[in-house]
Ligand binder design. Structure first.
Ligand code: HEM
Length: 538
């Protein structure tokens, strides 16, 4: 059994130490043979030639040649920490998930990331941030793979390759490396107006967080919780930082980019090392699970929508504390593999078409990123629940499976293992009705309002926050080469708010177009006063 790893200052990290990790008095080969020399190749005489029979030379160089693995196709740059999650027990009437029970403590690993930059890019760029949490629960691993912005650019995963192609650097010059200030990005987000809401959040101060410790996190999609009686509730997950939400100004972001591109990862590691453990409360917004899956007219399956907290308050269900840094960036931060389909009893998915694609994509990409199908055996990805699967062999298999009959039932290995029912902890999908329908490639009509929520966001901003948004659009759009893209972006802004459009147009030296959307506020719902009273978690 490997001892627990400690940080350079002697603090336990919570991570298991790798027995091969530079321990022991003697330098050895990978096969354990002690070495008398490691600085000179074996040669025929001091002036060579070098001999092919030098296995130590070949082993050392060959291993080095294969040290790099592909970076993540998105969210390549990140920083992570270990911690603990403690349930409050307040979610007991909406979910049977055991890790949310009162005072239950669950180890966690959290990775924060930027989305578009490569692994070596800067931290303080204007971008969305990933906020991915792995809960090592006793019922299996639960991953909450969220972002620091509550909405997403697109409503259907089939467009994900397109938005990422548009957001990544231009294919010809590979610039810009880590920011949204370029033609392809603005081309996409103005042609696909469902992206307007997420883009507006990016252009606000939320796009340049002060610290990972001061960011909110959001599960974005609506999830379905199920309690021990089988009753279901639709929810959105929120992380609320105890330190509050803080941002950099654009000037601060630019300066830190130049002076300390590692600003966010340094801040996180230093704070934890100093014992200033960052904390977040996990909360849920709860909605009745009706066949329409809407709340106050808001389509809960549309990931470009939020539900305002005034309509459905966020109700705290537990506390996350990050209290230990990784000991090895590659082994932990780089090799961790999150998946939105890693669920535990009590938490299920909904039919959000963006979520459906994610459920396919993460495992698929990790098979190539982590070299085959056995990456669940990498220490950081190992579940803390007992595993008894029938997955066998494959690249990088490290388990030595016993028995002769990896299928069930069988008549050779005793016919086992047994199957569980919900009463003894099986993960059973909620048996929701699927209405009879024709196959179509189209979105529901309720996905077509792309401007009311951006307008709501813009109007909720203070004057200084609005100034920052205007400055951000002006700066970013001024970097586009194509005049037509700037003009289309101004049309989008006019449909959010004419004053926002006018000021950005002035900054760009272009005329401000008239809105083509109806800018009137929707009627407030009479049921508004009941919200939060009807669906309390306790
Ligand atoms: C990675 C969040 C949509 C594909 C990530 C990560 C986060 C994240 C936080 C980084 C995980 C880590 O730290 O290792 C989200 C959110 C989304 C979203 C909140 C929308 C609500 C999508 C969609 C797809 C997708 C629609 C594809 C259809 C990927 C892939 C990775 C990734 C391929 C890299 C995974 C890896 O290599 O380990 N996403 N994502 N994401 N995401 Fe998403």
């Amino acid at each position: 059994e490997a001892p627990e790893a400690v940080s350079p200052t002697g603090k336990p990290t919570g991570a298991p130490a790798n027995a091969r990790a530079q321990s022991g008095a003697y330098l050895t080969t990978a096969q354990g043979a002690r070495l008398y020399e490691t600085d000179h190749s074996l040669k025929a005489g001091a002036r060579g030639p070098v001999l092919l029979q030098d296995h130590h030379l070949r082993e050392k160089i060959t291993h080095f040649d294969h040290e790099r693995i592909p970076e993540r196709v998105v969210h390549a740059r990140g920083a992570a920490a270990h911690g603990v999650f403690k349930g409050y027990g307040t979610a007991a009437n909406v979910t049977k998930a055991a890790f949310l029970a009162k005072d239950t403590e669950t180890p966690v690993f959290v990775r924060f990331s930027t989305v578009l930059g490569s692994r070596g890019s800067s931290d303080t760029v204007r971008d969305t941030r990933g906020f991915a949490t792995k809960f090592y629960t006793e019922e299996g691993t639960f991953d909450l793979v969220g972002n620091n912005i509550p909405v997403f650019f697109i409503q259907d995963a089939i467009k994900f390759p397109d938005i990422i192609h548009a957001g990544k650097p231009h294919p010809d010059r590979e610039i810009p490396q880590a920011q949204s200030a370029h033609d392809t990005f603005w081309d996409f987000v103005t042609l696909h107006t469902e992206a307007v809401h997420h883009t507006l959040w990016n252009m606000s101060d939320r796009g340049i967080p002060r610290s990972y410790r001061m960011m909110e996190g959001f599960g974005v999609h609506t999830f379905r919780l199920v309690n021990s009686e089988g009753a279901t509730t639709l929810v959105k997950f929120h992380w609320k930082p105890k330190l509050g939400v803080h941002s950099l100004t654009w000037e601060e972001a630019q300066i830190t980019n130049g002076m300390d591109p590692d600003f966010h990862r340094r801040d996180l590691a230093d704070a934890i090392e100093a014992g200033a453990f960052p904390q977040w409360e996990l909360g849920i917004q709860a909605f009745p699970d009706t066949p329409e899956q809407t709340f106050q007219g808001i389509d809960l399956l549309d990931p470009t929508n939020i539900v305002p907290e005034e309509l459905a308050p966020v109700q705290p269900v537990g506390l996350l504390t990050l209290n230990a840094n990784p000991t090895n960036f590659f082994a932990e931060t780089e090799q961790v593999a999150f998946h939105p389909g890693h669920l535990v009893p009590g938490i299920d998915i909904t039919d959000d078409p963006l979520l459906a694609g994610r459920l396919f994509s993460y495992l698929d990409t990790q098979i190539s990123r982590l070299g085959g199908p056995n990456f669940a055996q990498i220490p950081i990805n190992r579940t803390h629940a007992p595993v008894n699967d029938m997955l066998r062999d494959g690249m990088h298999q490290t388990a030595v499976h016993a028995g002769t009959a990896p299928y069930r039932p069988n008549s050779l290995d005793g016919g086992c293992p047994f199957l569980a029912g919900a009463e003894n902890g099986a993960y059973v999908e909620v048996p929701v009705d699927v209405p009879a329908a024709k196959k179509v490639r189209e979105a529901p009509a309720s996905f077509s309002d792309h401007f009311s929520q951006p307008r709501l966001f813009w109007r909720s901003m203070t004057p200084v926050e609005q100034e920052h948004i205007i400055a951000a659009y002006t700066f970013e759009l001024s970097k586009c080469y194509e005049q037509a893209i700037k003009e289309r972006a101004l049309q989008v802004l006019a449909n959010i708010d004419p004053e926002l459009c006018r000021q950005v147009a002035t900054g760009l030296g272009l005329p401000a177009p008239q809105p083509t959307e109806n800018l009137a506020d929707p009627e407030p719902s009479p049921a508004l006063s009941q919200i939060g009273k009807r669906w309390p978690v306790e």
